[in-house]
Design a binder for this molecule. Structure first.
Ligand SMILES: Cc1cc2nc3c(=O)[nH]c(=O)nc-3n(C[C@H](O)[C@H](O)[C@H](O)COP(=O)(O)O)c2cc1C
Length: 361
């Protein structure tokens, strides 16, 4: 339990409220003096506040893995990214005669290394995609030294067992088959559900929802996240109280999911937010898919609180470059359980068109 939750529970409400005011005053004073200068902020967070330390270590550990040529997963992520970039080159209008020259050799090397990796069978579909894209690239690109070198590496690798020429850019035919009304109904129907029936959640339904979540957009098609589900009663007993936001309803959660981001997916620090953005986009699809399968869910916050991070790291066996994005409680909704009304913001507070200043908050 974090210190703040502990104090909130143990202290008389008036004392706790006073403490919060003092804390806010201190924040105003300190942050008011430093927030105008990046240097002062750096100094403050380096010397006086540990708030970003775990995040920084995770980013550094991820980058180290990414830049370790022997690491299979890093090669796999790099392959996905490079193939994605080549695919974009293939669908450009007009397509250039020569493109991807700065990374085509790297792409071919990644393809070769991934094809020889222990996980090659697991990556069968991805390797088939990489094969088909590279094959099409070599068919259309103008010859050059890099292209020749990359093609030689590509040809050293045997043909994959899956795919063969199908996983290339294509014209989408027809609409999506879902009306706006149906989709709006789904969005309005979904609410954070905190009360569940004690009925086991079939894993086959989870797989169906994850397959939908996997269709979500991610930066450079990296998909730098992993969903870990827990429904074993013993495991659940330990893990369901990890996210502090389950207080009061944790005992009735039949399945809990931890979504883990993988910071080894990135070449540089600048992409460090990608795990949160990409995972969240997929989580939303996952939640909608659950609703269509009769299941419901509640996202659970995971703040960067050192004591809780340490507990989670130990319990889930997390590596330094892995970050929890959020937890999700899920199960069959209890028809007797209420959901919050959760009034949504008005359109005018959520969007503007061609307006130079942001609307008032
Ligand atoms: C990132 C995130 C974290 C959340 N954390 C919690 C939480 O810890 N506990 C909880 O009961 N609800 C949590 N929620 C659910 C929100 O309270 C809920 O989405 C919001 O009030 C809107 O209600 P609705 O989801 O029913 O539309 C979280 C939602 C999100 C998106």
């Amino acid at each position: 339990m974090s210190l703040i939750f502990y104090l909130e529970k143990k202290m008389p409400p008036a004392v706790f409220a006073w403490m919060k005011r003092v804390f806010s005053m201190k924040q105003r004073l300190v942050l008011g003096s430093i927030s105008g200068s990046k240097w002062l902020c750096n100094l403050y967070y380096a010397l006086f506040s540990p708030a970003f330390r775990r995040e920084q270590q995770a980013v550094a550990a991820g980058l180290l893995l990414h830049h370790s040529p022997g690491d299979q997963r890093s090669n796999y992520t790099l392959l996905r990214r490079n193939i994605h970039r080549i695919e974009k080159g293939l669908l450009m209008q007009p397509r250039r005669d020569s493109f991807a020259l700065s990374y085509i050799v790297e792409a071919a090397q990644c393809y070769k290394q991934c094809s020889m990796a222990d996980c090659a069978a697991e990556w069968g579909k991805d390797l088939a995609w990489a094969h088909d894209i590279l094959e099409q690239y070599f068919e259309v690109v103008q010859e050059s030294e890099q292209v020749k070198l990359a093609r030689d590496i590509f040809l050293e690798v045997g043909k994959p067992s899956e795919g063969m020429g199908k996983k290339v850019p294509y014209n989408r035919i027809g609409g999506c088959g879902v009306s706006f009304e149906d989709f709006a109904n789904l969005a309005r129907h979904r609410r954070s559900v905190r009360w569940f029936l004690q009925t086991p959640v079939p894993h086959i339904l989870i797989d169906k929802a994850i397959a939908v979540a996997a269709e979500s957009p991610t930066a450079c098609n990296r998909q730098p996240f992993f969903y870990r589900f827990f429904d074993d009663p013993e495991a659940l007993k330990c893990i369901r109280t990890l996210p502090p936001g389950t207080a009061g309803f944790d005992h009735n959660i039949p399945m809990l999911c931890a979504v883990i981001g993988d910071l080894s997916a990135y070449y540089g620090e600048r992409d460090r937010h990608g795990i949160y953005v990409d995972a969240s986009l997929s989580i939303m699809s996952f939640m909608y898919a659950l609703e269509t399968l009769g299941l419901s869910s509640c996202a659970l916050n995971w703040a960067d609180i050192e004591s809780q991070e340490r507990e989670a790291e130990k319990m889930l066996g997390l590596k330094k470059h892995e970050r929890i994005i959020m937890f999700i409680a899920l199960g069959y909704p209890d028809p007797q359980g209420l959901v919050a009304f959760s009034q949504k913001k008005d359109l005018f507070s959520l969007r503007s068109f061609n307006q130079p200043n942001l609307p008032c908050r």
